[in-house]
Design a protein around this ligand. Structure first.
Ligand code: DAH
Length: 346
């Protein structure tokens, strides 16, 4: 009897299943009504009384072991779980859907990485701001149209007619972060500030009430327009490819003097002219200029000693040019068919 039990123990522990059929044989051989384990219980009847305790335990243990093994293997056949001993190598692999980064994150991270290579740090500021940081200290005259209700989402306003530095609003540009950095840090300053901005605009293919910008600021002794131009050229080539050309057109911003807008040669036609660049060969990408001495003064920086440049660009705009996306709304709808086209190391 003992030998029999030991033999069965060994067989059961060595049993390996490689398909569902062998498992059914296992059940029939050991566990079914006419199986070997129930037959041990039959034999058990003839065991002398004094040995019943010992053998009863052995047979029960054997039964439990076989039942457990059968249940475990059966489960793994049903679920295809190879961990519990069953591996069906012919089973088709499960599809996995790894997420991908949002195109705006990819472009933002790429912009950050380019400027980090030039020694720029990253700074952030609040999205809920006051008039002082978004307008007043950036040299916006009190009656400037950009402060108008049409553009700015106000949260708390002293008076409907007059702007007040204490008015609370959603920032309309990330230039507010340069003010905060200048207030808190001493030159040399070399920083970029990515972030969300808000404008009271009707949503269309070309405009949205929430979008993203990256602001750049460099303040030191002897910073010149040539430094600005070289920095932006480096950026354009790194971002859009080494064939990219840039051009700077005179422009106006209250916080820079002189101010310019930068165009890059068209990413589609390379400058020959196509419907994306409206046959001009150029695409507008950012605004920039030398920080107005008034701004330096308002932010507590000695404008006799220091000069600086600043620039600001829309991330959606840069991403549209990079990926040839023609409708801004696609960035916010989170349609997986759109999003899954982007993958990147950034
Ligand atoms: N703040 C500007 C905007 O939202 C962009 C800008 C232009 C930022 C020129 C700058 C700059 O720092 O120098 O349109």
């Amino acid at each position: 009897m003992l030998d029999k039990i030991r033999k069965l123990e060994k067989e059961i522990s060595e049993f390996r299943d490689n398909d569902g059929g062998a498992l059914e044989e296992f059940r029939l051989k050991y566990l079914s009504k006419k199986g070997l384990i129930p037959s041990l219980f039959q034999e058990f009847r003839n065991i002398p009384k004094e040995d019943k305790g010992k053998y009863g335990k052995l047979i029960n243990d054997l039964k439990n072991e076989a039942t457990e093994k059968y249940t475990r293997l059966k489960e793994s056949v049903d679920t295809g779980d190879s961990q519990s001993g069953f591996t069906d190598l012919t089973r088709p692999a499960e599809k996995s859907f790894p997420g991908s980064r949002h195109p705006l994150s990819i472009v933002r991270n790429e912009i950050i990485s380019i400027f980090q290579r030039l020694g720029f740090t990253i700074s952030e500021g609040p999205e809920i701001e006051n008039d002082e940081h978004v307008f007043t200290k950036l040299n916006f005259p009190p009656e400037h149209p950009a402060r108008d209700m049409q553009d700015t989402f106000y949260i708390k306003r002293k008076s409907e007619e007059d702007s007040d530095p204490d008015d609370i609003l959603l920032r309309t540009h990330t230039s507010s972060v340069q003010v905060r950095v200048m207030e808190n840090e001493k030159p040399p300053i070399r920083t970029i500030s990515p972030g969300r901005v808000f404008r009271n605009e009707a949503i269309s293919a070309r405009a949205h009430c929430i979008f993203h910008q990256v602001e750049g600021l460099y303040i030191d002794t002897n910073v010149s327009f040539a430094d600005l131009k070289q920095t932006l050229y480096f950026f354009a080539v790194e971002m859009f490819g080494k064939e990219t050309k840039i051009r700077l057109r005179p422009s106006y911003f209250p916080f820079t003097e002189p101010s310019a807008e930068m165009d890059i040669s068209c990413t589609i036609c390379g400058g020959k002219g196509c419907n994306v660049c409206k046959y001009t060969g150029w695409l507008e990408i950012l605004g920039c200029g030398m920080v107005d001495p008034n701004v330096l003064e308002y932010c507590g920086i000695d404008n006799q000693k220091y000069t600086g440049f600043a620039f600001g660009m829309g991330i959606e705009r840069a991403a549209m040019l990079k990926y040839q996306v023609n409708d801004l709304r696609l960035y916010f709808e989170n349609d997986v068919r759109f999003l899954k086209q982007f993958s990147s190391s950034f």
